[in-house]
Ligand binder design. Structure first.
Ligand code: DCP
Length: 979
């Protein structure tokens, strides 16, 4: 089968490597030798106990690999960064993934890292005998494979090839939404990658997270469409009528008063119990008394082999309540669950996923509820909120608990699965009540008892409250254990909470801990984005292979758009590319490893779900992103800005949703904002702007740039400070003076670029020759700006950036918003005494803003998509490439947007951050380090005084790290000065 035993695929040393890797290994060995001898000079060689020993470290060890490397250096051994069969004496690993264990040969010795530390402690080479791992396995492997044969699963998930499952022992971290790893069920380790034509289909079929997200969307759409169907309303009326006439009311019902006129709300939150387990056992309810989990693993390893050696990291999608008695929880690793059961002498039953059953039960669950009311908010396949108010008024006299017990009974009959429900006067109380009801129960927070109820709730049970928030609270009150809502009520005022957690989160925490929730049901489905991300098995050698996969991805995205009844107008592509210093194959089999992520987006001309259109645009975006195809590890395509085919509750068309950056796009920049003579200054046109101006049918472009107005056209002689003029080097001064006296003599014949050159040269030389005294006269911010530019220039000459480019400043016209005094170049080029005598319009466009561009030193190679697996440095963007964000290219616009973005919320959105980070990296790649410096400094300046922006600061620090990494790569290891 294609892809199996793929010889190009590296696997972190577990297979043979060819030229590039061999060279790389040699380089690393030489590096190690060099380091060792340097080290020997610096640090005294402590011993020679590891003389003749070569190690290769795999996976997480204690101490970590870097430390082991150092220890080997200090004690005469050799550390190999890559596996080489004939050079390695021992693998050092404390916990190899099962996939790799299976690949061990009988002679391979895997030794626990403790052996190294113990040898050093004892100062002698100890026998590895007591430290060897998996020796039983390798021995039995020599004779028989029987240990690894698995019994047939209860319900095998059929597939014609091996594709990884969503949770498994290979997974060293919490499984992410898209990373899936092989399991012990894979008969061969040649797990296919994304080159296989059926990879995506099978991957999605076996992905529970895909199931969960697609079902949630399907349910929301289903409910919304049902609201538009008159026949369903008739069905509801009929069902209500029947119920009203057949209910056997008790005293409790007659006593319950519901105030029609006050319209006091009664919400219900209803959720199936341990959904996946309940479905998997719906035809064998007798099993339910024993602990059961749903996982891809069959859980047999622990029974047949040494438990320490096979601690299964297969994730539990769901566990039943019998298992929960032993401390087992959803999301736990199977190994841990087995351990807990063993401690209680209980046997854990592992059952496979029953996707067909999940669909069937979920449909029946929804149908049962929706046959009584459409006042619902679909949450997921097994959970929804219901506003019971109208229904209870209709059925009165009826106690909510009576109705809910009847409903639950009906659900049990229809689905053969139990569910629980909570009720209260708002959605929060209803949801918390469900926790009390579980399993298979119901709980009503009656009117008047809300405060008593909420006070007892644990903070960790409040929706959306995670450990980071709890840590913040705990740190603020180190003397007390902050655990319940009551404690927060007693400890903090609203103001204090806002100070600790930020404005928005503080308010939410205050409301929740006081049982306040003003939300109403969200009935209209408005997705923020619809996307497909695959971060597993992405291994391509050529761009053609990638495009074949893109086609499949786009078809899946198209399916999702169709399912959600949405057409999108903004398309973005995100790629994860192996970080330069990351190994070719990460620890997690076929995973991503450490990557550099970047994304690009384009505004389409019209709302679309057309796969051909999306595919074309995706490929175009990919082609604009400089990356090595062989290093691609993850890819995502996402649509935003929707036009919905769904009608809202009032039967009207719905508008799409906008993200932060989208909002800005509609505000700025304005087309044809300023006119000078017969030329139009649109500023630097944005991608979105250009797109919006074009007729619907025309192709969107990311490169078109309308004609720019010349800066020099806008100058009058009086505009340039004589002081500054005097500072200019003679030839430049003469050229500028000549121009200013008679612009036509220079500019009319000269091309735009020639004229830019004049100003650029002058600015460059101003920078180089600027008198200290002049500099000192400038306001601090400008001084910093110029000093930074000077530093960058120095750095440029000292460390020519990779790619044969050097940094020179350029000037671009600024739109009106950019009339900032703070621009150093403006000050240098404009006399404070002599204001321009031109019209306001001219004045607005006349101020140049300093930017940087590169000049080619060497002949520039054409930018082509690299298909070799040899890493090359990213090629600089072409000269005219203007990175943009949300359509903005001008510093002042981006600054304005940055400020608004920061002010907009206390909790930044990761997608926005990714976009911003990618933009900064793009700027660096276009040799516009100066702008990056300005934006980062500006962002920090905005954030620093605000205590509520802790999350922002964290994100910003990560962003700075990424920027610095790129900066170092480009400028010979030098870090950008952000002091
Ligand atoms: N699920 C999953 N992975 C997640 C979240 C949920 O596989 N990260 C699946 C398994 C669950 C089902 O979705 O059975 C419903 O999720 P719940 O959170 O409702 O959990 P359960 O129904 O299993 O348990 P509970 O009775 O606590 O609701």
């Amino acid at each position: 089968m294609a892809g199996r035993g793929n010889s190009h695929r590296g696997d972190n040393g577990w297979s043979e490597w060819g030229g590039y890797m061999a060279a790389k290994k040699r380089k690393l060995e030489e590096q190690f030798d060099k380091d060792s001898s340097n080290n020997a000079k610096q640090l005294e060689r402590k011993s020679n106990i590891f003389q003749g020993i070569s190690i290769f470290v795999d996976g997480h060890t204690e101490p970590p690999a870097d430390e082991l490397k150092k220890l080997m250096m200090e004690h005469g051994g050799v550390y190999h960064a890559y596996y080489s069969k004939d050079k390695i004496t021992y693998f050092i690993s404390n916990n190899l993934p099962y996939a790799k264990i299976r690949k061990l040969k009988p002679n391979d010795k895997v030794v626990n890292s403790k052996w190294i530390t113990d040898c050093i402690k004892e100062n002698k080479l100890l026998s590895t005998h007591n430290y060897e791992m998996y020796k039983d396995v390798t021995r039995s492997r020599g004779q028989t494979e029987l240990n690894f044969k698995r019994a047939e699963p209860m319900k095998p998930i059929t597939s014609d090839f091996n594709v990884p499952n969503s949770d498994d022992e290979d997974d060293h971290s919490s499984p992410s939404e898209t990373e899936e790893a092989p399991t012990e069920d894979d008969d061969h380790l040649s797990v296919l990658d994304a080159k296989h034509p059926k990879f995506l289909e099978t991957f999605l079929k076996r992905s529970r997270l895909h199931y969960l997200s697609s079902t949630a969307v399907a349910k929301k759409v289903y409910v919304q469409e049902l609201r538009q169907k008159p026949e369903h309303r008739q069905l509801i009326e009929k069902r209500r009528e029947e119920l009203k006439n057949t209910i056997q009311r008790t005293e409790r019902d007659y006593l319950f008063k519901i105030h029609d006129e006050k319209k006091e709300k009664i919400y219900m939150h209803i959720d199936m119990d341990c959904f996946f387990v309940s479905v998997a056992t719906r035809h064998q309810p007798e099993l339910r008394d024993q602990p059961i989990v749903i996982t891809h693993s069959k859980g047999r390893k622990a029974a047949t082999t040494n438990e320490h050696q096979f601690y299964s990291r297969s994730e539990l999608a769901s566990c039943n309540y019998a298992a929960r008695q032993y401390g087992i929880k959803n999301g736990m690793y199977l190994g841990r669950a087995q351990e807990l059961c063993r401690n209680h002498q209980a046997k854990l039953l592992c059952l496979p996923y029953d996707y067909e059953g999940f669909h069937e039960v979920s449909d029946r669950f929804y149908e049962t509820i929706l046959s009584y009311t459409l006042e619902v908010e679909a949450v997921s396949c097994d959970e929804l909120y219901v506003d019971l108010t109208d229904l209870l008024i209709y059925l009165k006299p009826l106690h909510p608990l009576t109705f809910v017990s009847l409903l639950r009974e009906e659900i049990q009959i229809n689905t053969k699965c139990p569910c629980s429900a909570g009720m209260g006067s708002n959605m929060l109380l209803a949801r918390l009540a469900t926790r009390h009801a579980k399993p298979n129960g119901q709980y009503y927070v009656e009117k008047g008892y809300e405060q008593e109820f909420i006070a007892k709730q644990k903070l960790i049970d409040l929706p959306g409250i995670g450990s980071s928030i709890l840590d913040k609270l705990q740190q603020t009150f180190p003397q007390t254990t902050v655990d319940t809502c009551k404690q927060i009520q007693n400890l903090c005022s609203l103001e204090q909470l806002k100070n600790i957690l930020g404005k928005k989160q503080g308010q939410t925490m205050y409301d929740m801990t006081h049982g306040i929730d003003t939300r109403i049901l969200t009935k209209d489905y408005l997705p923020k984005s619809i996307s497909i991300d695959i971060n597993y098995g992405i291994r391509f050698q050529t761009f053609d292979e990638l495009t074949v996969f893109i086609k499949q991805l786009v078809l899946e995205l198209h399916k999702r758009l169709k399912q959600a009844r949405q057409k999108g107008k903004q398309l973005s592509v995100k790629i994860r590319v192996r970080a330069p210093d990351a190994p070719i194959e990460p620890e997690k089999f076929m995973g991503c490893g450490r990557t550099d992520d970047s994304s690009r987006l384009v505004n389409l001309h019209s709302y679309t779900d057309d796969p051909i259109n999306i595919e074309l645009e995706t490929i175009k975006l990919l082609k604009q992103m400089n990356f090595i195809v062989a290093d691609l590890r993850g890819i995502g395509i996402s649509m935003t800005q929707f036009q919905s085919a769904l009608k809202n509750t009032s039967g009207k068309d719905m508008n799409g949703h906008r993200t932060l950056f989208d909002c800005n796009q509609f505000r700025l920049p304005k087309p044809s904002s300023t006119t000078v003579g017969n030329q139009t200054d649109t500023g630097e046109p944005s991608e979105s702007f250009v797109t919006r101006k074009r007729p619907m049918q025309q192709e969107p472009t990311t490169t078109a740039v309308p004609q720019k107005v010349s800066r020099l056209d806008c100058y009058t002689p009086g505009q340039i400070d004589p002081h500054v003029m005097n500072e200019l080097p003679e030839p430049i001064r003469q050229e500028v003076e000549q121009y200013l006296k008679n612009p036509s003599s220079v500019s009319r014949q000269n091309s735009e670029s020639d004229r830019i050159e004049v100003i650029e040269k002058s600015f460059t030389q101003v920078m180089d020759h600027l008198d200290e005294a002049v500099l000192n006269e400038l306001p601090p911010e400008m001084r910093r700006e110029i000093t930074m530019a000077q530093k960058l220039r120095k750095m440029e000459s000292k460390y020519p950036p990779i790619g044969g480019k050097r940094l020179v400043p350029i000037s671009v016209p600024l739109n009106p918003v950019a009339q900032e005094k703070s621009n150093a170049f403006n000050v240098l080029m404009n006399s404070p005494q002599k204001q321009p005598t031109t019209t306001t319009t001219t004045k607005k466009t006349s101020i140049p803003v300093k930017r940087w561009r590169t000049e080619t030193i060497l002949n520039e190679e054409p930018i082509t998509t690299t298909t070799s697996n040899v890493r090359t440095e990213p090629k600089p963007q072409s000269f005219h490439h203007q990175p943009s964000i949300a359509g903005f290219t001008l510093l002042s616009d981006v600054k304005l947007m940055l400020r608004e973005w920061i002010e907009s919320s206390d909790e930044p959105n990761q997608i926005d951050f990714d976009l911003f980070q990618n933009y900064l990296i793009d700027l660096l790649n276009s040799y516009n380090a100066e702008m990056v410096h300005q934006l980062v400094s500006y962002g920090l300046l905005q954030l620093k005084p605000l205590t509520s922006k802790i999350q922002w600061m964290k994100h910003f620090q990560n962003l700075i790290e990424a920027v610095q990494t790129r900066f170092r790569q480009m400028y010979g290891g030098v870090t950008m000065d952000l002091s």
